[in-house]
Structure formats: structure tokens, C-alpha cells
Design a protein around this ligand. Structure first.
Ligand code: ADP
Ligand code: ADP
Ligand code: MG
Length: 479
């Protein structure tokens, strides 16, 4: 049994976990940094403790968070996503302090949190991986170059410790390799404190398909179908869909069986996600495993009817997974749109500020996961996510219409948000048809900006002209 959970996170995911605690009649504890004093998670939690004045370091202060958990007699910690969620040392510290870490064991996080080690382990267990470098230790520039010649360009360089779309460089020709390698290493060191870089073949125009996994402490593991996360900008997800509208039931079954085998191979427990790339010929490759709850988990909840946070908590408390693979029958379609505080017309730079009028979309089949409210000031220190809008319906056509309807209804005044850009996505033919790959946003950028109807668009014409010129240059250089 778990009696009290400390949530080592902020914003919408902290709110989401607090709500699950309430549903389960478990006491909950929020932590917050000084700039987050007015954030919704602090207001709605049973108890809240300040973890320092430093905006970022507060949520990364593992020692202090464990101390608070001990002092307020919390018997478990939920790490959310980002921050300490994939930090095996933090999970270990919780284990050593006798506090339940709501996630997999620290040893699994250590192995699967490093993309290069995970690739190696998966390959050893017969799971298909993208062709690429095959050494476990750090790769030198010369080794990378040799491998690139062997597998052929384009290639993609990745930070072993990377995440959130950071530490990734696509290289189209040999002349670009060395500078990409250096800048990838620099970014990896500054963001992840680990400059290890490896390389994969760059799969052209793939779909990003990921499977949600749940496993208990007794070896029972199932998947909860897939999400299509191909709508990305700069390797970061904008829109996620469950199930994937462009794969057959047979292919779903094949990849699903592989995903469960991958999780079993490492003795995975709790919730996790296995990400795959799917090429034009339906070849699929393991890309990485996220050993935590994901931002886009609500779409899976909506089509399967399984509350993933409640399951995480129960599994961590030692419950047996009372779901079998045959119990998981997806119903209809769900889409999540990430609404962020960004200025579309200034290359999507974060745009913090104070929210004026605020009316979230409502109505049948609409869910909003957020921590914002009228009068809330978005601090500049964190991820620019304002709200996740999740809609569900019986068919893909209906769910896209509903997404468009809900986005048009959603009002967040006085700060710039990506709502008008997201509405533009719902107007594009390829999106509406349900067949798109990870190049969708880049390929359609000009059309998307033209269709973005924003009250603040003083430099719209210039931005569109600049995008058109850049796209033309890229096309020419690749011909
Ligand atoms: P998801 O796969 O759940 O969609 P994202 O890749 O969008 O997750 O990342 C979720 C959050 O976690 C983002 O705020 C991102 O910046 C952060 N994040 C992801 N991986 C890491 C990492 N290795 N280190 C630090 N932050 C990370
Ligand atoms: P992160 O931890 O930042 O999420 P991932 O390894 O999951 O990093 O990659 C992020 C995105 O980059 C993927 O969703 C995909 O669009 C793209 N990507 C990654 N590896 C490849 C590859 N080998 N070929 C083509 N695209 C890739
Ligand atoms: Mg990923």
C-alpha cells in the first residue's frame, strides 16, 4: 500500500498525478521553486514545499526532494516526465531511502536511459535496430567517419544521453560530418552532461510509431497499442495520435509482439514506451525506450480506457497487473495537440507572459490537461507547454474535425500560443487523410504558415518568403 506520494515535478503532469492520487484516496505532496509559487499544482496539492529559489536546479535537487519526502512521511515519489524521471541515481536514492520510486528499477533506467546501451541490448535480443555504429563506448570522429562511409549518407548523429529532440544532427554529406559531430558533442555535454555520440543511418521520411508498455513486478507485461508521433518540428512532437491511422491490424500485432519481447528482454516493470521508426516498406526499427510516463500518454488512455497513472501507482505498490493482452481493444481514435507559448512568426521562440481571458475547449470527447488559468503568469524558465488538448471520436475523420473545432474554441488571450498553427495543421489534406511521416511539418511549412490565421502576424509575408527561400535552397542542395 502507498499512503502518500510526493510529486517531483511541476505543471500539467504534476496536476495529472495529484488528480490520480485523489481518485485513489492517496495523500499528495507538491514541491515548487520560487517562480512556481502560483502554479496550479501548488494550489491543488494536499501539501506543498518549496525546494529552493533556483528555477531549474530546484526540480533537479534529488537530495533535497528525498529529504522532504522523508520529513513529510511520503512513502513514494512520482517523477513525472523530464527533470529527474530518467535519472537512475535519483531512482537509486529513493530505493536506498526506502521510498518507492514510481517507475522501473534504477538498474533498468541506467541501461535503457542510455540510447547507445539500449541499442546494444536490443540488438543482442534479436530486436531490429537502425543500422549504425556498434561500439558501446564513446566514438571518435574517425570511427564515425568510417562507419558513415560503410552505411552511406545521410546519417544521423545522436547523443547517447539525449532526449526531448536535443543532441541530434542529420548529416547529408561527408563535408558536413565534422562540424555536425563537434556541435552535437557540445550540445550533448551542455544539456545532458555526457558528450557521448553515436550514429545511425538516417531513415528518410519514416513514421514514428511508439508502443505503450505496462509491466508488473512479477513478469507480466502487455502493450496498450501504439501512438503515431510523426507530426514533429525539429524532432519534437507536436501532435500525437492513437492508434496510428496508417498501419494495418497485422502490422500492429507484429510490432506489438516485438515491443513486448523487448520489454521482457530487459525485465521491464511499470509504464514505459518503446519507440520505433517505420519506413515506406513497413520495415520497423527500435529507436529508443522512454522509461517513464510520456507527455502523450492521454491518447492511449482515451482509446483503451486504462488510467495509466493509476496503473503506475498500483504496480509500484506491488499489485499484480490484472489486464491481459486480449483485454486491450482500442476504440476509435484520440489525438493530442501540444499547445505551447511560442511565437510562430519568430521561429517558434518561447513567449512567456501573463494569461488574460482563458476558456478551455469543452464538449463531448474533449479533455484538457493543463496547469494554467486566467491571470497565471507563465515563467520563462521551463518548457513552453501550456496545455494538452485531447479529443476522441469514433473515426479518424471525426476526430480531426473535433480537434479543429476544439482548437478554434480554445481561448488563451494576451500571450502568443501555437493554437492558430495547430488549426492550420488540421486543414492540410495529407493530415486529414491520416498518412504522413516525420517530414510533414518541414515539407508543408509554407502552406501551414499561409493557413495560420493569427491576430499577431505583422511579419507574416516576410516569414513566409524566408521559409520559401530556405526550402528551395534545401531542395536544390539535396538534388
Ligand atoms: P515524450 O517522449 O514524453 O513526448 P519529450 O521528448 O517531449 O517526451 O520530453 C518530455 C519532457 O522531458 C520535455 O520537457 C523534454 O525537454 C524533457 N526531456 C526529455 N528527455 C530528457 C533528458 N534526457 N534530459 C532532460 N530532459 C529531458
Ligand atoms: P529523443 O530522445 O530526443 O526523443 P529520438 O532518438 O527518439 O530522440 O529521436 C527523435 C526523433 O528524431 C524521432 O522521433 C525521429 O523523428 C527522428 N529520428 C531519430 N532517429 C532517426 C533515424 N535513424 N532516422 C530518421 N529519423 C530519426
Ligand atoms: Mg524519442
Amino acid at each position: 500500500m502507498i499512503h502518500k506520494i510526493l510529486i517531483a515535478n511541476r505543471g500539467e503532469i504534476a496536476v495529472r498525478v495529484i488528480r490520480a492520487c485523489r481518485d485513489l484516496h492517496i495523500k499528495n505532496v507538491a514541491v515548487f521553486t520560487e517562480p512556481d509559487r502560483e502554479c496550479l499544482h501548488v494550489k491543488i496539492a494536499d501539501e506543498a514545499y518549496r525546494i529552493g529559489t533556483d528555477a531549474i536546479r530546484g526540480y533537479l535537487d534529488a537530495k533535497r526532494i528525498v529529504e522532504i519526502a522523508k520529513a513529510c512521511k511520503a512513502d513514494a515519489i512520482h517523477p513525472g516526465y523530464g527533470f529527474l524521471s530518467e535519472n537512475y541515481e535519483f531512482a537509486k536514492e529513493c530505493e536506498d531511502a526506502g521510498i518507492i520510486f514510481i517507475g522501473p528499477k534504477s538498474d533498468i533506467i541506467r541501461k535503457m536511459g542510455n540510447k547507445n546501451i539500449a541499442r546494444y541490448l536490443m540488438h543482442k535480443n534479436g530486436i531490429p535496430i537502425v543500422p549504425g555504429t556498434d561500439k558501446l563506448n564513446n566514438h571518435s570522429m574517425d570511427e564515425i567517419k568510417l562507419f558513415a562511409e560503410k552505411i552511406g549518407y545521410p546519417v544521423i548523429l545522436k547523443a547517447s544521453g539525449g532526449g526531448g529532440g536535443r543532441g541530434i544532427r542529420v548529416v547529408h554529406k561527408e563535408e558536413e560530418l565534422e562540424s555536425a559531430f563537434d556541435s552535437c558533442k557540445r550540445e550533448a555535454l551542455s544539456f545532458f552532461n555526457n558528450d557521448e555520440v553515436f550514429m545511425e543511418k538516417y531513415i528518410e521520411n519514416p513514421r514514428h510509431i511508439e508502443f505503450q508498455i505496462l509491466g508488473d513486478n512479477y513478469g507480466n507485461i502487455i502493450h496498450l497499442c501504439e501512438r503515431d508521433c510523426s507530426i514533429q518540428r525539429r524532432h519534437q512532437k507536436l501532435i500525437e495520435i492513437a492508434p496510428c491511422p496508417s498501419i494495418s491490424a497485422n502490422l500492429r500485432k507484429t510490432i506489438g509482439v516485438t515491443a513486448v519481447a523487448a520489454a521482457k528482454a530487459v525485465g521491464y516493470t511499470n509504464a514505459g514506451t518503446i519507440e520505433f521508426l517505420l519506413d515506406d516498406y513497413n520495415n520497423f526499427y527500435f529507436m529508443e525506450m522512454n522509461t517513464r510516463i510520456q507527455v502523450e500518454h492521454p491518447v492511449t488512455e482515451e482509446i483503451t480506457g486504462v488510467d495509466l497513472i493509476v496503473r503506475q501507482i498500483r504496480i509500484a505498490a506491488g499489485a499484480i497487473l490484472d489486464l491481459q493482452q486480449s483485454d486491450i481493444v482500442p476504440r476509435g481514435y484520440a489525438i493530442e495537440a501540444r499547445i505551447t507559448a511560442e511565437n510562430v512568426w519568430k521561429n517558434f521562440i518561447p513567449n512567456p507572459g501573463t494569461i488574460g481571458e482563458y476558456y478551455p475547449a469543452l464538449g463531448p470527447g474533449v479533455r484538457v490537461d493543463t496547469h494554467i488559468y486566467k491571470g497565471y503568469t507563465v515563467p520563462p524558465f521551463y518548457d513552453s507547454l501550456l496545455a494538452k488538448l485531447i479529443v476522441k471520436a469514433g473515426s479518424f475523420e471525426l476526430v480531426v474535425n473535433k480537434l479543429q473545432r476544439a482548437l478554434k474554441e480554445f481561448t488563451i488571450d494576451d500571450i502568443r500560443s501555437t493554437i492558430p498553427f495547430l488549426i492550420a495543421i488540421t486543414k492540410i489534406k495529407e493530415f486529414r487523410r491520416g498518412y504522413f511521416d516525420t517530414s510533414f511539418i518541414e515539407t508543408h511549412m509554407q502552406e501551414l504558415l499561409e493557413k495560420t490565421e493569427d491576430r499577431h502576424q505583422e511579419n507574416k509575408e516576410e516569414v513566409i518568403a524566408a521559409i520559401a527561400a530556405t526550402l528551395k535552397k534545401i531542395r536544390e542542395s539535396r538534388e
